[in-house]
Design a protein. Structure first.
Length: 411
C-alpha cells in the first residue's frame, strides 16, 4: 500500500491564508490523508514511513477549474486576427464564424481527434496544480455529437489523473437545422438528447446559456424542470451581456452556480445567497473580449455569496489553459483579494461542482489531492503571470506530476 509522509512544508489546508501551518507534515495512506500537523509532532508510526523533505515549499489543496468548455474541434485564431484587423463581429458571424464555426469543426472531428486536442489543454492545467475540472458539452448540439463530446470527457477522466465533472450544455446555441425554431430545439433536447445521455451516465449537471442571443427564461426553465426531475443539479451562464434573470432562475432551482454575472443585481445576490448558489467569476473572458461592466464583487461580499474563479477555457472568448492566470485576472480586473482568489479555485470551486466533500480542502480522512509550489508567499499564486510555479502534483496520494528541471537550472 502507498504510504508516504510529505514534511517540512508550509501548509494552507483550506485555501485560506489566515490559517496556515509552518513546518507542516502530511501523512498519506493509499489515497487519503491520515495525519496532518507540525512535523515536530509527527507521531509513530508515520515517522518511520518513507518521506520527502519539501524544504519549506508551500502546499495547497489541488486546484479546481469549475467552468470549462475544454473539448472542441479546431480553434478560432483566424477570427481573432480578422477582428483585430477591423472586420466586425457581425460580418464574421454572417460568414458562419463564431460559436457555429466551432460547432461545425466539433461535429466534423472524430472522437480521437477531440480527445487529443483536449488532452493537451488538460495536461497544461494539470501541470499547474489542477486536480479536478468541469467540462461542458455544447458544441455538438445534436444527440450524436453531444454524446461524442461527453464520451471524450469521460475518456479523459479514465486516462488522466484528474477528476472530471461533466455538464450537459445542449442549450448553448441554436444549431442551423433548427433556425428560427428554438422551442422545437428545446423539445428535441428534452425528448431525444438529455434522456439517453443521462441514462448512459454521461451527465453530472445541466447548464443553459441564458442570453439575448441564446435562450429565453421559459426555455431555460423547461430544461431545469427536466434536469430536476432526473435529480441532476443545474447551473447557468447568466447576466454576462445584459441582465436577464438567469441567476435568479438558477437560485430558484437551488442550482450549483450562476456564472459570469457582470450584470447581476442586488436582488440576484440575495437570491443566490439564500439558495447557496456559487457565483463563478470568469475574468479571462472579461479580459479577452474587453468587457467594461464589472461584476458586483462588493455586493457579492456583502450578501456572503461564495465566489469561485474559473478559466472558461473555450475557443471564442477564453482560449486559456491557465487557472493561475484567471486568479491573477480576478485580482487585477475584479479586485478580488488573494484569499478570495485562492478560495475561488479551491473550496468555493468544489462547492460549485457540488463536490465539497471530495475536493477543495486538506484534512484527515479527505482525498490526498494537493499541489506543491516553489513560492515564498501564497500571494505569489495570484501575482506571477506565466511562471512555472507548480513543482509537484499529488492526486489520490500518488505523485502524478513533477516539474522538470533544466540541466542548467539550480536544483
Ligand atoms: Zn462558459
Amino acid at each position: 500500500m502507498n504510504r508516504h509522509v510529505w514534511h517540512s512544508a508550509r501548509l494552507c489546508p483550506t485555501g485560506d491564508s489566515t490559517y496556515t501551518i509552518n513546518n507542516a507534515a502530511l501523512a498519506i495512506e493509499a489515497d487519503s490523508i491520515v495525519w496532518l500537523g507540525n512535523t515536530a509532532e509527527l507521531p509513530e508510526p508515520f515517522a518511520r514511513w518513507p518521506s520527502t523533505d519539501l524544504q519549506e515549499r508551500w502546499i495547497t489543496p489541488g486546484l479546481i477549474d469549475c467552468h470549462t468548455h475544454l473539448i472542441y474541434g479546431g480553434q478560432r485564431a483566424n477570427e481573432f486576427a480578422r477582428r483585430l484587423a477591423g472586420v466586425s463581429y457581425e460580418t464574421i458571424a454572417r460568414e458562419g464564424g463564431g460559436i457555429l464555426a466551432t460547432m461545425r469543426s466539433t461535429r466534423e472531428a472524430d472522437e480521437d481527434t477531440l480527445f487529443m486536442q483536449a488532452a493537451e489543454r488538460l495536461s497544461t492545467l494539470l501541470m499547474e496544480g489542477v486536480t479536478a475540472i468541469e467540462i461542458k458539452s455544447g458544441y455538438g448540439l445534436d444527440l450524436v455529437n453531444e454524446r461524442k463530446m461527453l464520451t471524450v470527457a469521460r475518456r479523459l477522466a479514465a486516462v488522466y489523473p484528474i477528476s472530471v465533472y461533466t455538464t450537459f450544455l445542449g442549450a448553448h446555441a441554436l444549431p442551423p437545422e433548427f433556425a428560427n425554431r428554438s422551442d422545437d430545439y428545446i423539445t428535441y433536447l428534452l425528448n431525444d438528447v438529455l434522456p439517453p445521455l443521462a441514462d448512459e451516465g454521461l451527465i453530472d449537471a445541466v447548464d443553459v446559456f441564458r442570453e439575448k442571443i441564446a435562450f429565453t427564461p421559459a426555455q431555460c426553465e423547461r430544461i431545469f424542470e427536466a434536469a430536476t426531475k432526473r435529480h441532476l443539479p443545474v447551473k447557468a451562464h447568466a447576466e454576462q451581456l445584459s441582465h436577464l434573470g438567469g441567476a435568479a432562475l438558477v437560485a430558484r432551482y437551488g442550482g450549483l452556480s450562476a456564472d459570469h454575472l457582470e450584470w447581476l443585481t442586488d436582488a440576484d445576490c440575495k437570491s443566490m445567497a439564500n439558495a447557496g448558489t456559487v457565483a463563478v467569476l470568469l475574468p479571462t473572458a472579461f479580459y479577452f473580449v474587453r468587457e467594461s461592466k464589472l461584476p458586483p464583487i462588493e455586493r457579492l461580499r456583502q450578501y456572503g455569496v461564495p465566489m469561485a474563479v474559473a478559466t472558461d477555457s473555450n475557443p471564442g472568448t477564453a482560449p486559456s489553459s491557465s487557472l493561475l492566470l484567471a486568479m491573477n485576472q480576478a485580482c487585477t480586473l475584479f479586485q478580488l483579494t488573494v484569499d478570495e482568489a485562492l478560495a475561488g479555485v479551491t473550496r468555493h470551486a468544489a462547492r460549485a461542482l457540488g463536490a465539497e466533500d471530495k475536493h477543495g480542502i486538506l484534512a484527515v480522512g479527505r482525498q490526498a489531492d494537493f499541489a506543491v509550489w516553489s513560492i515564498d508567499s501564497l500571494a505569489e499564486l495570484a501575482y506571477w503571470m506565466g511562471h512555472r510555479l507548480c513543482e509537484r502534483v499529488i492526486r489520490r496520494g500518488e505523485e502524478i506530476y513533477r516539474r522538470m528541471t533544466l540541466p542548467y537550472e539550480k536544483k
